[in-house]
Design a protein around this ligand. Structure first.
Ligand SMILES: Cc1cc2nc3c(=O)[nH]c(=O)nc-3n(C[C@H](O)[C@H](O)[C@H](O)COP(=O)(O)O)c2cc1C
Ligand code: SF4
Length: 579
């Protein structure tokens, strides 16, 4: 297989069991050299290396560090956080790295803290990561005793199992003792224990208690990102660039799971063909089967099986219409049904959405419900129109990236969902985080199947994970009732159809729509919020449209807010998505 002579940097050698072993393999050189270079010299090396954050977004690490380090004392303290929440479905590389070598993570964290001027650093892990917490505790104690950076204290934080614990704004909330509900501003603007700026919920603490205004810019980096730092400082930024590609320097630690013969984690140079990663780590798929889809976590459009020669790099995966994410590749073979796959992803994101932003929680719920209708054969072509329109608004007023993930993954599967030739076999697919790696297979978090939208768990005996409560109401009475109540001004009921004067031009002949389907959604986190979504069909032209009516916090009492009116021409067969 091609380029087997690959370079392992972070996973080189045997697992490191003691500080003595680590020092014997050049451990500690990074901290020593960094002290000589000083913060400015380290920033130069990290920037020169071109290292990009391995937590998913690929943001340039040097740029982030420089932004945190910049600014005067008026901004308050600096903090550094290692993000080891690792909740992305299909990703296990951070835990694997900690199991292999916790010392390089601690060393990278100390270098980061000194470079940005932080005296407190945190390593955030899920409470359930007991073995990793033990390794880190031991490594921190040994490095402390060796006096590598006595002015920096490291605290271990044990967080909840929720997906949003890994989102950096949710992570900071947890470190401060709250639930993982993403706060308003990013950590570099509003860091840990900040007391300014004062702009709304969880954007600022009370200033009336003698606290000086301080935004405390906080550096949050993924475990893998920080683990790469000691080698970069030791060998130099230029050396790092000799690995990988110009836009994606270095190596990347990849996880392979799903329908591959084996599961596992290994390190590859950026730019290695995905097919090579899938074969070397996963052993390919079973004889007679083919790869139909690969998901890189649940943040990027699906990659179809005909694109597995794509280079594993930020630019390579983007050019193929997907994204690298945190290189957690989930393989789906040719049995996979695109609707079932989209439903599994959407259900995960809907359940894990925290509900602070109604278009996200309710939108993901509706997408999930609609996919479910399609999967169980109760759907119509109008459902595809509803799906597409809803995906367009799930990100409205979003505090975090989760609904964009919903949009990207589900939209990428819509063409296959609309095409009967892509159908597969239903396999009870679920998207979950990985819990452990045992004998070359990942154990997945089966409890996720029964996790409910309020983050409690249903009883497996009574909860059918596929079925949502019945929500369909196909009567045209809804719009009539709204009209009677005077809620919808531009609409009228004429001759059994909804007459809509587009652009409010009452002199022109109205367009006439019939209601092809209607859906009602109640708020989960806010019981006062309600939406009615109508799938409309133009009686004359056959064009499809969607009308979303929202009631609740956004509308004045007794008045509907029309969020989205999208009657529009649809090319091709009525209802076929044009994505
Ligand atoms: C819903 C969601 C979940 C995330 N989960 C993780 C995670 O488990 N681990 C992680 O390192 N980053 C996660 N991230 C990305 C972090 O918000 C953040 O970008 C990252 O920790 C920054 O580190 P980096 O620059 O080293 O990549 C998540 C982001 C989102 C939107
Ligand atoms: S976008 Fe969704 S997951 Fe993110 S904060 Fe808002 S409701 Fe929560």
């Amino acid at each position: 297989m091609g380029r087997v002579a690959r370079r392992r940097v972070l996973l080189s050698g045997d697992p490191v069991a003691s500080l003595g072993d680590y020092v014997a393999a050049s451990g500690g050189e990074g901290v020593r050299i960094a002290a000589g270079l000083g913060p400015a010299g380290v920033l130069d090396e990290v920037e020169l290396s071109g290292l990009r954050g391995r937590g998913g977004a690929g943001f340039p690490t040097g740029v982030k560090w420089r932004a945190i380090a910049a600014g005067g004392e008026a901004e308050g303290e600096r903090f550094v956080v290692a993000n080891g929440a690792e909740g992305e479905p299909g990703t296990f590389k951070d835990r694997f790295l900690i199991r292999h070598n916790p010392y390089q993570l601690v060393e990278g964290l100390l270098i980061a803290a000194r470079t940005v001027g932080a005296s407190r650093a945190f390593i955030a892990l899920k409470r359930s990561f007991a073995a990793e917490a033990e390794s880190i505790t031991r490594a921190v104690a040994e490095i402390d005793a060796a006096g590598w950076a006595p002015e920096v204290s490291i605290e271990l934080v044990a967080g909840p199992d929720e997906y949003l614990f890994g989102e950096e704004k949710g992570l900071l909330e947890v470190i401060e003792g709250d639930d993982p509900l993403p706060r308003l501003f990013p950590p570099y603007i509003y860091g840990l224990f900040a007391s300014s700026p004062q702009m709304g919920w969880s954007a600022g603490r009370s200033l009336g208690e003698g606290m000086p205004a301080a935004s405390n810019p906080t550096l949050v980096n993924n475990v893998e990102t920080l683990s790469a730092i000691p080698a970069i400082v030791r060998e130099g930024g230029e050396w790092f660039r000799t690995l990988g590609t110009a836009e994606s320097p270095g190596t990347i630690v990849c996880t392979v799971s799903g329908d591959s013969l084996r599961h596992g984690v290994d390190e590859f140079e950026m730019g290695t063909p995905l097919s090579e990663v899938l074969v070397e780590v996963g052993g390919g798929v079973a004889a007679g089967r083919a790869v139909k889809y690969v998901l890189s976590g649940v943040a990027n459009p699906v990659l179809t099986g005909d694109r597995i020669e794509t280079p594993v790099s930020y630019e390579g995966m983007e050019a193929a219409g997907s994204g690298l994410g945190s290189a957690g590749f989930i393989v789906f073979d040719d049995r996979t049904d695109p609707t079932e796959l989209a439903l599994a992803v959407s259900r995960f994101l809907w359940v894990e959405s925290c509900g602070q932003c109604p278009p996200c929680k309710l939108g993901c719920e509706q997408v999930t419900a609609t996919l479910e209708s399609l999967l169980v054969g109760e759907g119509t072509v109008d459902d595809l129109v509803v799906l597409k329109a809803r995906l367009a608004t799930v990100t409205d007023a979003a505090r975090c990236y989760l609904p964009t993930q919903e949009q990207r993954v589900v939209a990428s599967l819509l063409p296959a969902i609309a095409d009967p030739s892509h159908r597969g076999t239903l396999r009870n697919l679920a998207v979950t985080k990985l819990v452990d790696l045992v004998d070359g297979r990942f154990v997945s978090d089966e409890r996720q199947r029964f996790k409910l939208a309020d983050w409690t768990y249903g009883d497996p005996a009574t909860v059918n994970p596929l079925r949502l409560p019945p929500q369909r109401d196909t009567s045209t009475g809804t719009i009539a009732a709204l009209r009677t109540a005077g809620f919808v001004e531009d609409f009228g009921i004429e001759d059994g159809a909804i007459a809509w004067h587009s652009a409010g031009d009452h002199a022109a002949a109205p367009e006439r729509f019939v209601v092809a389907g209607s859906y009602r959604f109640e708020g989960i986190s806010d019981p006062d919020y309600e939406e009615i979504v109508l799938a409309l069909r133009n009686r004359d032209s056959g064009d499809n449209g969607v009308l979303v009516l929202a009631f609740g916090p956004y509308s004045t009492a007794g008045e509907a807010a029309v969020l989205n009116r999208l009657p529009r021409a649809t090319p091709g067969p009525a209802g076929a998505p044009d994505a």
